[in-house]
Write a protein that binds this ligand. Structure first.
Ligand code: CTP
Length: 422
């Protein structure tokens, strides 16, 4: 099954926007073509979508397309007589859980800034109950327009006025120039909108996550690794960011796109991973070690490809034990003093509870999450066993993203409790 660009396949369809009513506003810009796919993605995720278009937007895409995708007639005029009170701007804005302007042109931004009210979309934004209906803005424009002090000033003021600016992409633009100002991709906007609605239980925290396998080189073309896909760790990084944390994700060699808003550090070997963790751990308040770190590395990495010598004998390999990153971090002064909350994972093939309990004691972490490695490596779903000093709690079989969100809420609860008792 194909995945839309930048939409990591580990994210199973979840109806994350079920029950949400989104007013999707389109202003004039070539990025309107992306709004069609965004509308579809919002509907697929369970939202109801009401499209409102400016006259300029209708130069780029027709209301027919947007009506077909949203399954609702499009509104484009403040004089729309379909509303019995003839006040589309009031009715539409009162129904919305959020108004998302995508694309938001430079001109439309200026209109919002000045509180203009001479077309339905600006009028509706001005009329929205500001403390109840959030306004999210996905800018789209040429790079010079984006960089212009007027646009930057307008953005800062819109943000001060309570709007949420979703940022822009960078790259080739429809005008032929290259730079900042492209509208974010529909999958990115979807991820941002879902994150926007999530409870911010980790606001102010800095979460450091390790994920994926490590690769221990034998020679320049061969090495030892394992079947970890990194999906669970990436899902935890996404869930932590949704919960409002600043997130750093140290990733072994995996082919997943980084979740939105997460700082990613790519590493290869266990020793690289340890170095990256050491570089970021002092800023962290939570450390979640999901990586399947190789326990051993070849003692002597050959600088050249090892060739067959014709004898039929395999080359003799000897191994050196890798550092235990989690154990080191968990035994650090900050972790011991309660300034860093450490969570370990245990990938087992049998006796999950007994092994997880023993591992928790050995690594000296307050929480250890057990899972059956062979059953979950590479899959989109999993089941977890949370082992702490009090006992065991099961998170039953679900998508990795669902489990990651449950785990993140659980970690947030533990963090609050540990600070209360400190
Ligand atoms: N871990 C680590 N560094 C290592 C090995 C493991 O940080 N060198 C972390 C993993 O990220 C995980 C936890 O320790 O959070 C347990 O990893 P696991 O591979 O299940 O256990 P091991 O310590 O390798 O023990 P064993 O191989 O005996 O099961």
């Amino acid at each position: 099954m194909g995945c839309p660009a930048a939409n990591p396949c580990y994210i199973a369809r979840m109806n994350d926007l079920a029950g949400k009513h989104i007013v999707l506003g389109l202003s004039g810009g070539i990025a309107c073509y992306k709004a069609a796919e965004l509308c579809r993605a919002l509907v697929k995720e369970g939202a109801t979508v009401q499209v409102v278009m400016t006259q300029a937007a209708e130069q780029f895409i027709t209301p027919v397309t947007m009506q077909a995708l949203s399954d609702r007639p499009v509104y484009d005029s403040q004089w729309d007589a379909r509303e019995s009170n003839n006040m589309a701007h009031i009715n539409l804005s009162r129904e919305a859980d959020a108004i998302l302007i995508a694309p938001c042109s430079a001109d439309f931004m200026a209109r919002l800034l000045h509180g203009r009210a001479d077309d339905l979309l600006s009028l509706m934004c001005l009329a929205r109950p500001i403390d109840r209906v959030p306004l999210l803005i996905a800018p789209a424009m040429n790079r010079e327009m984006w960089a212009h002090p007027a646009t930057q000033r307008n953005m800062a003021q819109l943000s001060a006025d309570g709007a949420t600016l979703l940022g822009v992409g960078s790259g080739a633009q429809a005008c032929g120039e290259t730079g900042d100002g492209r509208m974010l991709e529909p999958a990115e906007l979807l991820e941002d909108l879902i994150a926007f609605f999530a409870p911010k239980s980790l606001a102010g925290e800095h979460v450091l996550v390790t994920a994926g396998p490590t690769f221990e080189a034998i020679d320049p073309v061969r090495g030892i690794t394992n079947l970890s896909s990194g999906k669970m760790g990436f899902a935890i990084a996404r869930a932590a960011r949704e919960a409002g944390a600043q997130v750093t994700l140290v990733a072994g060699p995996v082919s997943l796109a980084a979740p939105r808003g997460v700082t990613r550090v790519d590493v290869r070997s266990a020793r690289d991973m340890r170095q990256a963790v050491q570089a970021h751990v002092d800023a962290a308040t939570v450390f979640v070690a999901t990586a399947a770190v190789a326990d051993w590395r070849p003692s002597n990495e050959s600088s050249q490809k090892i060739k067959k010598d014709g004898s039929g004998q395999a080359p003799a390999l000897s191994f050196t034990e890798n550092p235990d990153i989690l154990a080191e971090v968990a035994q650090s002064a900050r972790a011991q003093a309660g300034a860093l909350y450490c969570v370990g994972f245990a990938a087992e093939s049998e006796k999950l509870l007994a092994n997880a309990q023993a591992k928790r004691a050995r690594k000296r972490v307050p929480l250890l999450v057990g899972n059956i490695g062979p059953a979950t490596f590479g899959q989109d779903d999993n089941a977890l066993l949370l082992v702490d000093a009090e006992g065991v709690q099961e998170l039953p079989h679900a998508s990795k993203l669902t489990l990651a969100r449950q785990l993140v809420q659980d970690i947030a609860r533990r963090l609050r409790a540990s600070r209360k008792t400190a």
